[in-house]
Design a protein. Structure first.
Length: 336
């Protein structure tokens, strides 16, 4: 099967983690020429073929490196356009890109950051089969006012393509119960919500999981260390699941390899109660495109062409985009 040609939906992709190493390298070359960076070449810091980032090495890669390189308007525009182009070339027809609003001192406010990305998206949407919307992320390390600021920005720019709010960041830090008022305001503003859920065993306590479920998320991501009673509740509510195979395997977030991934359990031979949206998470770091994720699923879980099409089309029901977009996707995506 040609997994690249298969029209696909991507619902869990972090902007800064989706930038290819080649693109980071190009940004670095330009900055180096102008004497604007002391950082090392991305192709040395993140060598081609290195994907074994774990939860200890992964998060500092952003705070200590990628944010240091993508630190002005030009690099934000260049990298965002490159990410959109990469998803389009991989056969993605609908993308919900997510990013944490980031002020860049002496360059951009958080609002500039968000509107710059929205302009890139709007220009891309005008000329491409790929249609993209934006989700704003709250980082677990944020405080409540910072989280509320993300909701305010999302509400203000909703008509320009923001569809929801995400809770992400290092799963071993932060206190999720802090964010109850932020999720309440997101819901009352009519924004959809998704939450990184049960990513790390050490912080996945029943208390944290039930607190997250009390925020009534429309979708949840990763969904790894989940006790049976929580699984039953997820199934009862039919929450959409964003599952990221390669990320979980490379970062050793699961035990075993591809064939041991909990995709098998949730998909359940096509009988699972919840929609599974296969996603890449951070293709720039873990190196597996969405078409490759579909190929891995076919290979390790024995899905044939018909089932692969069902899996891909299934995600239509859990996008945060509008009914009109769902109709476009129903017409575009393969039935068999
Ligand atoms: C294992 N997978 C993951 N789990 C949790 N949070 C993740 C993540 N992958 C990425 N992020 C979050 O997204 C930020 C980078 O993109 P943006 O600067 O927002 O575009 C990271 O700093 C982290 O907070």
């Amino acid at each position: 099967m040609d997994f690249k040609a298969l029209p696909k939906i991507e619902l869990h992709a972090h902007l800064s983690g989706s930038i290819s190493r080649q693109c980071l390298h190009e940004v670095w070359v330009q900055k180096k020429k102008r004497g604007e960076t002391e950082l090392e070449d991305p192709l040395i810091v993140m060598p081609e073929g290195k994907f074994d980032y774990n939860l200890d090495t992964f998060f500092p890669l952003f705070s200590k490196y990628i944010y240091g390189l993508c630190n002005d308007r030009d690099s934000l525009i260049y990298t965002t356009n490159s990410v959109l182009q990469d998803f389009a070339s991989d056969g993605v027809v609908y993308l919900e890109l997510r990013t944490t609003p980031r002020a860049i001192p002496s360059h951009m406010t958080k609002e500039d950051y968000v509107s710059t990305i929205l302009s890139c998206i709007s220009a891309s949407n005008a000329t491409s089969t790929l249609k993209t919307t934006l989700i704003l992320s709250i980082d677990r390390r944020n405080d409540l006012p910072t989280a509320q600021e993300a909701i305010t920005l999302a509400t203000k720019h909703r008509s320009h393509g923001i569809v929801g709010i995400d809770l992400c960041g290092d799963p071993t830090s932060g206190t999720v119960s802090l964010f109850a008022p932020a999720f309440a305001s997101a819901r009352s503003a009519g924004l959809k919500t998704t939450i990184h859920f049960a990513e790390a065993p050490q912080t996945t306590t029943p208390d944290e999981l039930w607190t997250m479920l009390s925020y009534q998320p429309d979708r949840i991501g990763h969904v790894i260390n989940v006790p049976e009673d929580v699984k039953s509740e997820i199934r009862r509510r039919k929450i959409g699941l964003e599952l990221c195979l390669s990320c979980n395997v490379h970062a050793r977030m699961i035990t075993g390899s591809f064939g041991d991934h909990h995709f098998g359990e949730w998909w359940d031979g096509g009988r699972g109660e919840c929609v599974v949206a296969l996603s890449t998470d951070d293709v720039g770091v873990f190196g597996s495109s969405l078409s490759n994720e579909y190929s891995l699923i076919a290979q390790h879980f024995g899905l044939g062409r018909q089932e692969i099409c069902e899996l891909a089309r299934g995600a239509i029901d859990v996008i945060f985009g509008c009914e009109e977009e769902k109709e476009r996707l129903r017409g575009l995506m393969w039935k068999e």
